[in-house]
Design a protein around this ligand. Structure first.
Ligand SMILES: *[C@@H]1O[C@H](CO)[C@@H](O)[C@H](O)[C@H]1NC(C)=O
Ligand SMILES: *[C@@H]1O[C@H](CO)[C@@H](O)[C@H](O)[C@H]1NC(C)=O
Length: 224
């Protein structure tokens, strides 16, 4: 009876862990000291797809985990979710940092790539099914990820962000209060110039570019 109760307790523990966020440490190069959280479905698909989900300014991994329907889709479809977390700049991503705006540079983007590599390896993920999404600062960072790492992601989606390099060189923090807002409040470059910022992130890259969905609305009822 005792063993049975213990087994039941274990089972309860195990099932409460399904779909819950787990912190992962030692996932690789992490120059800006990000935290990595992962959410696994009850049954991980064979060669699963992986989605990186990036929280907004002031957010956290667990806040963003509860903020969208992705975890329930993950559980029914078997893909894996990575929830990176930054605690710098009021929990905003370093989208103004030359390091993140450069392929292989020393910014948040590189730490996120390490999380992706770690997850692909550990769960035998499908490299051709890698996605990134986010809201607000996480949306800006989704732009940064597909711009600096076009070779890694198949597609991305941004809800209420800014273009790649919009805050580039901003001397203050990439927060809604700190960043130079000129770019965010209106397009300050030609389409060719915007494209050039992305080309400059990874000079010489000639491979395919990720598909990208931009959602920018004033009401988001039912969007997520
Ligand atoms: C991620 O994996 C790719 C391909 O194996 C490798 O070229 C790259 O250096 C890795 N990056 C990091 C940050 O681990
Ligand atoms: C803000 O950024 C714009 C370009 O987007 C630039 O022209 C302007 O000088 C910047 N202002 C400050 C105070 O840095």
């Amino acid at each position: 009876m005792k063993a049975f109760t213990a087994a039941l307790a274990l089972l309860a523990l195990a099932s409460s862990a399904f779909g819950a966020l787990q912190q992962v440490t030692g996932f690789g190069t992490n120059p800006t000291n990000l935290q990595m959280y992962i959410s696994l479905p009850s049954k991980v698909a064979t060669n699963p797809a992986v989605i990186v989900a990036l929280h907004p300014c002031g957010g956290t991994a667990s806040q963003w985990y509860s903020g969208t329907k992705l975890p329930s889709y993950s559980d029914s479809l078997g893909f894996i979710l990575i929830y990176p977390q930054t605690t710098k700049y009021s929990n905003c991503w370093d989208v103004n940092n030359a390091g993140s705006l450069t392929h292989g540079g020393n910014g948040d983007a590189l730490g996120i790539i390490s999380m992706v590599n770690y997850t692909l390896q550990k769960y035998n993920g499908d490299k051709s099914k890698l996605y990134v999404m986010g809201g607000s600062s996480g949306a800006m960072m989704s732009n940064v990820m597909v711009g600096s790492y076009p070779d890694v992601f198949e597609a991305g989606a941004a809800y209420s962000g800014t273009a790649f390099a919009c805050f580039a060189g901003s001397k203050s923090d990439p927060t809604p209060f700190g960043a130079n807002q000129t770019c965010a409040q209106g397009l300050t470059h030609t389409p060719e110039q915007w494209a050039q910022f992305v080309y400059n992130a990874y000079p010489g890259y000639t491979g395919k570019r990720p598909r990208f969905l931009v959602a920018h609305v004033t009401e988001c009822r039912g969007w997520m």
